[in-house]
Design a protein around this ligand. Structure first.
Ligand SMILES: [Zn+2]
Ligand SMILES: [Zn+2]
Length: 285
C-alpha cells in the first residue's frame, strides 16, 4: 500500500501512546505520527473516573481521532480507546477491550481494529495502610505500573482528592495515609492506573493492536483496491468429525472492504476441517 507513503497522521493522545504506535505505522505504511499540541483528551472521559465517558469506547475513540484532525488540519487521524472490566466469558477475570480507529477524510474511510486483552492488571483494593497490600502491590505491578489513590468514602470537601503518578513505595504510603484520613471510614481506595504511559501491560497491547491496524490498512480490497481490507467476523459451524453436525467452533472467516460492498468467505486459516466430538452438541451434550 503506497498511498500513504510519506504522509502524516494526527494521533490524539496525552498518554505517550506514540511509543507503541509509531513503529508499525512507519514500517508498514510509511506514515509519520503528528501529535496535536495543547489537546486535553481527558475531556473526552478519563481513566481516573473524574470525567465520565459518554457513548462508550468507540464513540470516544472517533471523537478523539476527529479532534486530532481538526487540531492539526490533516486529512488523516488515528486514536485508540480502552475499556476495562470483568472478562465477558469469565467474570472472575479482568479483561480489557482496546479499540483503534484510522480515519482518512479524503477517501472517506473509517478503519477499525479491536483487541480483547486477556492480560491486564486492571484491579482495585481498599486499605487503611500499606501493610494490608503487600502481595497485591506485586500482583498489580507497582511501581512500574501506576496506581490512583483516593478516599473510599470522601469526607466533605475531599471529593476531588486524588493521587496519581506516585513513583515509589514511600510516596504511595503517604498518599494512602492522606486518602484514608480524608475518608469517613478511614480507608483509601486504590485503583490500577490504566493510562498507557503508566501501564506497560496496556502499552504492549496497544503495540499489538497498532500492528494489526497498520496491516489491515496496508491490505487492499481485491475488488476496488481501497485500503483496509480485513476480517469482519468469524462464522461458527465447524462440522463434528463424528456425526457431521455444526458445532460452535469457527468454520469460516468473512472478510470485507470499508469502501465498497465486496465481501469474501474463507476457510479457517489453520486448515482444521472437522471439530473434535467433545465440542459437538449432539455427541457431547
Ligand atoms: Zn457430533
Ligand atoms: Zn472494496
Amino acid at each position: 500500500m503506497e498511498c500513504y507513503l510519506g504522509s502524516k497522521v494526527a494521533l490524539a493522545t496525552m498518554h505517550g501512546k506514540e511509543r507503541a504506535i509509531a513503529r508499525p505505522f512507519r514500517s508498514l505504511l510509511g506514515l509519520e505520527l503528528e501529535l496535536p499540541r495543547g489537546l486535553d483528551t481527558d475531556q473526552l472521559g478519563s481513566f481516573d473516573g473524574l470525567v465520565p465517558r459518554a457513548g462508550g469506547a468507540e464513540q470516544a475513540c472517533l471523537r478523539k481521532a476527529r479532534l486530532g484532525i481538526e487540531n492539526l488540519g490533516l486529512p488523516l487521524g488515528l486514536a485508540s480507546e480502552g475499556s476495562f472490566g470483568p472478562h465477558p466469558e469469565m467474570p472472575f477475570l479482568a479483561a480489557g477491550l482496546e479499540v483503534m480507529v484510522f480515519l482518512d477524510q479524503e477517501r472517506g474511510l473509517e478503519i477499525w481494529e479491536r483487541l480483547i486483552a486477556r492480560r491486564t492488571n486492571f484491579n482495585h483494593r481498599c486499605a487503611a495502610e500499606p501493610a494490608e497490600l503487600e502481595g497485591w502491590l506485586t500482583q498489580v505491578g507497582f511501581p512500574t505500573h501506576g496506581l490512583i489513590v483516593r478516599p473510599e468514602h470522601p469526607c466533605n470537601g475531599a471529593e476531588t482528592l486524588l493521587f496519581k503518578d506516585l513513583p515509589d513505595h514511600p510516596q504511595l504510603a503517604g498518599a494512602i495515609d492522606a486518602a484514608a484520613t480524608a475518608s469517613s471510614n478511614g480507608r483509601a481506595l486504590l485503583e490500577t492506573d490504566m493510562r498507557a504511559h503508566r501501564n506497560p501491560t496496556r502499552m504492549a497491547c496497544l503495540r499489538t493492536l497498532a500492528t494489526r491496524l497498520a496491516k489491515r490498512i496496508s491490505t487492499a480490497c481485491p475488488a476496488c483496491a481501497a485500503p483496509g481490507w480485513g476480517r469482519l467476523e468469524v462464522v461458527p459451524g465447524l462440522p463434528c468429525s463424528c456425526c457431521g453436525m455444526p458445532t460452535p467452533l469457527t468454520h469460516r472467516e468473512r472478510f470485507g472492504c470499508v469502501s465498497c460492498s465486496h465481501t469474501e468467505e474463507h476457510p479457517r486459516p489453520d486448515g482444521l476441517a472437522e471439530a473434535d466430538p467433545q465440542h459437538c452438541p449432539l455427541c457431547n451434550p
